[in-house]
Design a protein around this ligand. Structure first.
Ligand code: CO
Length: 210
């Protein structure tokens, strides 16, 4: 255990050497500031590393992760990240990325009690309640689980588009697109769930589906 832990520092030193071999000024350039084009809102799951699966480098993606990639409207952590990303960094794309096999979504589906985390999972329960007709009709449990992951992303994108931060950016004519994706931990592939919102009129259309 100890050896494995200390390996993290050896890995870090090797990584620094590799970066400096490629560009001797690499860290000096990064230290000057960041102007990422993307805000990633993903799950905390260790199998879904935002930079690695998208081939993005340090400086290219602003990242927020929590259990089951939730956009909870009174979550000051999420709202602060969103505010800074949209208003200061002026990211062009916000990606809400769920993943098949998500333990948080599965926990909400199983209705078991887990303690403190149940409070957080209640936000996912709320998504199930909205879509229970569609989800209950899916007999195959794995298929229902996958669909729940997708519907959860849909609802989080919906909530994100309704925040005053995103609404104000669109009102001001800011170039900002909101996307819903799902990552499959079984094969490593990202799936665009097929809806992207880039202005208020589209969000009005979205609201009609509620
Ligand atoms: Co997850």
């Amino acid at each position: 255990m100890g050896t494995k832990y200390h390996q993290l520092f050896h890995n870090n030193q090797k990584w620094v050497q590799k970066k400096l071999q490629e560009d001797v000024h690499y860290f000096q350039k990064l230290a000057k500031g960041q102007s990422p084009e993307y805000l990633w809102i993903g799950c905390s799951d260790s199998r879904v590393p935002a930079n690695e699966i998208t081939g993005t480098q340090p400086g290219e993606m602003f990242v927020h992760r929590n259990i089951a990639n939730m956009v909870v409207k009174n979550d000051m952590n999420l709202l602060s990240v969103l505010s800074y990303a949209v208003e200061v960094l002026k990211v062009k794309h916000i990606i809400v990325c769920g993943h098949y096999g998500c333990g948080g979504v599965l926990a909400a589906m199983s209705k078991k009690k887990y303690g403190l985390i149940d409070n957080w999972l209640s936000h996912i329960d709320a998504v199930y309640k909205i879509h229970h007709n569609e989800l209950d009709a899916i007999e195959d449990q794995e298929a229902r689980f996958r669909r729940f992951v997708e519907l959860n992303v849909t609802e989080q994108v919906n909530g994100l588009c309704r925040t005053s931060i995103v609404q104000n950016a669109w009102k001001a004519g800011q170039d900002l697109q909101v996307h819903g994706w799902a990552y499959d931990i079984h094969d490593g592939l990202l799936h665009d769930l097929g809806f992207t919102f880039s202005k208020m009129e589209e969000q009005v259309v979205l609201n009609q589906f509620e």
